[in-house]
Write a protein of this length. Structure first.
Length: 418
């Protein structure tokens, strides 16, 4: 129609999270925060955008994220900025900037918030998605690697997520990885024509990333490639063996998955993922690993790090949830005096923590009663002229249908008894 103004819909790959579904988000977030605090983690919040170089460096110039997926823009001051595609580089930057390593508190952080990646939108893959992240710094012992996996496992169980599998691997270190790299390169070179174009390029730039490819043929070919686990130096081998033995003592079943690699130099030793068989092709609920050399790479002190990132959307799609009904008192009033009385009453009750709803539409009693019904109020309180005079109100329990005359104290007793 001419002159009609249309609001553009939300951008592809982004989602509105509406009530009541948002309650499921809140439940997962609350459980996660509560659990992390039990393990000594503290919340940290950093900006949504950062200088583009931070991610080029922290996420790696050859990674999918940096080469294809970043939301980068130039601001009015001519600076290149990027909406964060992942969290670790920001945390490392903040630790260095505020010299948090000089404080006595353990460097254990958690964070929940949106991430942005220009990926192909599909089930389990969005352009704005949300992550729950945790990071620990300055803990070299593989006991922390196991404790992190244990914490993730507990969280998923607490949230009722079943059919999960823990996958682990080690990517070695600066000492042992180069010889593996050589071996991998030559094997990949020999089978070059079987790999996709992308992977052919990766042979030269970053052969480990071939394992990341989602294409079936590349996956099959890479199955036969040498495994990094057979190339570990004694230090990395011991770290991995101990990590596995700690997982055993926690009685957490796991499988060694040679495909779990990270293509960046500062990723070291442990990598892990928790996958769900209910997720289909995007099956990782969370992924994590150790990055002992990242802090020094960023010009900070020689402090090791490890962490994981869990995708909220993927978590929620496998998390069972039955919404509990909201309990609240609905005020029905008739006339100005009753309205004032109602306003005063809800103010008092809300202060005491009783959820109340009063709507100011001055409708008829019948209309208001049917509103209360539709909204499935737990109780309805009727205030008319009579009630204002006597100070006694009609309180209706909407479930049982029982109606009684009560004073203010009586309301309290009735609603707090629940
Ligand atoms: P994938 O192999 O699925 O692309 P990734 O290696 O890019 O995962 P990470 O960077 O390790 O993933 O992110 C950790 C978690 O964040 C993933 O396990 C997943 O649950 C979630 N995640 C990553 N990218 C997306 C996305 N585009 N949409 C929704 N969730 C995502
Ligand atoms: Mg990805």
């Amino acid at each position: 129609m001419k002159g009609e103004r249309k609001t553009p819909p939300a951008i592809k790959g982004t989602q509105d999270i509406l009530p009541p579904y948002v309650k499921k988000w809140q439940k997962a977030e609350t459980e996660a925060k509560g659990l992390f605090e039990l393990y000594g983690y503290k919340e940290i919040r950093t900006p949504v955008f950062e200088p583009t170089e931070l991610f080029q460096k922290g996420t790696g110039p050859t990674s999918d994220i940096v080469t294809k997926e970043m939301y980068t823009f130039v601001d009015k001051g001519g600076r290149s900025l990027t909406l964060r595609p992942e969290y670790t580089p920001s945390v490392v930057r903040a630790i260095i900037e505020h010299r948090l390593y000089l404080q006595p508190e353990p460097l254990r952080f958690y964070f929940i918030g949106p991430m942005f990646r220009y990926d192909k939108p599909q089930k389990g893959r969005y352009r704005q998605f949300h992550q729950v992240n945790i990071e620990v710094f300055n803990e070299k012992d593989s006991a922390i690697d196991a404790e992190i996996v244990e914490m993730a496992d507990i969280l998923l169980h607490k949230l009722g997520v079943s059919d999960i599998e823990v996958l682990v691997n080690s990517v070695g270190c600066k000492k042992c990885r180069p010889s593996y790299h050589q071996e991998l390169k030559s094997k990949a070179q020999a089978q070059k024509e079987l790999l996709c174009e992308d992977c052919q390029r990766k042979i030269e730039t970053n052969p480990l990333r071939i394992f990341d490819c989602k294409k079936e043929t590349c996956r099959e070919v890479s199955q036969e490639f040498p495994k990094i686990i057979d190339f570990l130096c004694s230090e990395c081998k011991e770290h991995f063996e101990k990590f596995c033995s700690y997982l055993d003592s926690y009685q957490i079943p796991f499988r060694v998955e040679p495909r779990l690699v990270r293509g960046l130099d500062y990723y070291t030793k442990t990598t892990f993922e928790i996958v769900s068989s209910r997720l289909g092709s995007q099956d990782a609920v969370l992924g994590g690993g150790r990055y002992d050399d990242m802090m020094t790479e960023f010009g900070g002190p020689d402090i090791c790090g490890i962490g994981f990132a869990m995708g909220m959307e993927r978590l929620l799609s496998v998390m069972p949830y039955r919404a509990e009904k909201d309990q609240f008192l609905y005020i029905v009033y008739l006339g100005e005096e009753a309205k004032k009385e109602g306003m005063e009453l809800v103010r008092e009750l809300r202060r005491e923590g009783v959820p109340c709803l009063i709507e100011y539409k001055d409708k008829s009693l019948k209309n208001q009663m049917s509103r209360a019904n539709k909204l499935e109020a737990t109780w309805t309180l009727i205030i008319g002229e009579e009630e204002v005079k006597s100070g006694e109100y009609s309180l209706k329990n909407m479930e049982s249908g029982v109606q009684e005359k009560v004073g203010r104290e009586g309301i309290r007793e009735a609603v707090k008894g629940r």
